[in-house]
Design a binder for this molecule. Structure first.
Ligand code: 6U4
Ligand code: NA
Ligand code: NA
Length: 194
């Protein structure tokens, strides 16, 4: 059977808005903006996605790996405890072409965006603009949650973004054709582990 590689993916959600603040506590408010990054090169190049990557041997945990990748790709540096577990996705590609010859196990996290949660790393302090900013890998861009550019994203995102945006824990598995575009089969379910 194919090996499995662990990956992370972080979506930053902005729940602050004048209307939200007056009606409900911010922690329960629906996000109105989401931060995505335009991937400049490598796997998933020229698509918008959250920030993330492979879990490395040197990462103390999957959450620490997620915080590291978020920082490397967007400049955003936050305490890892601020990354909230949102869901788990498993991607399996048909053999052939340049599709990965392993199964991707992706731990998805959300981060409630507040400029003040960014840690004042020296690296950030000397940055010409506050994070998020363009890095070697990604060009960050905010989107209204009603204008998410699904046509320029991985095709599975449409299937699980609704659960993620509604703060409903989810698990999903997608089987891709070797073209890395066609979803042959998919399952998305509510995560009932409590
Ligand atoms: P290197 O090559 O070491 O720089 P690394 O940054 O570690 O790579 P990368 O960028 O290849 O890893 O990680 C892929 C990213 O894309 C992870 O955040 C997971 C995410 N991803 C992969 N398949 C996806 C899919 N079908 N839908 C999705 N995100 C996916 O939404
Ligand atoms: Na990456
Ligand atoms: Na990496």
């Amino acid at each position: 059977s194919k090996p499995v590689k662990q990956y992370t993916l972080v979506l930053c959600l902005d729940r602050s808005s004048a209307s939200n603040l007056h009606t409900q506590p911010q922690s329960q408010a629906q996000a109105h903006r989401i931060l995505l990054g335009y991937k400049k090169a490598g796997f998933g190049a020229h698509k918008f996605n959250g920030f993330g990557g492979k879990v490395e041997r040197s990462d103390s945990s999957v959450r620490a790996a997620a915080a590291r990748e978020l920082h490397e790709e967007s400049g955003i540096w936050v305490p890892e405890s601020m990354l909230l577990r949102a869901g788990t996705l498993v991607f399996d590609f048909e053999d052939g072409g340049s599709a990965p010859p392993f199964i991707l196990h992706v731990s998805v996290f959300t981060l409630d965006w507040k400029p003040e949660v960014i840690l004042p790393l020296d690296e950030n302090a000397s940055a010409p603009v506050p994070p998020p900013f363009e890095t070697d890998e990604m060009i960050p861009q905010w989107f209204d949650v009603h204008a998410i550019p699904f046509a320029d994203m991985w095709p599975d995102d449409e299937l699980w973004f609704p659960a993620m945006l509604a703060d409903k824990p989810f698990v999903g598995q997608m089987w891709f054709a070797a073209d890395q575009k066609t979803i042959l089969k998919s399952i998305v379910a509510k995560d009932d582990s409590g």
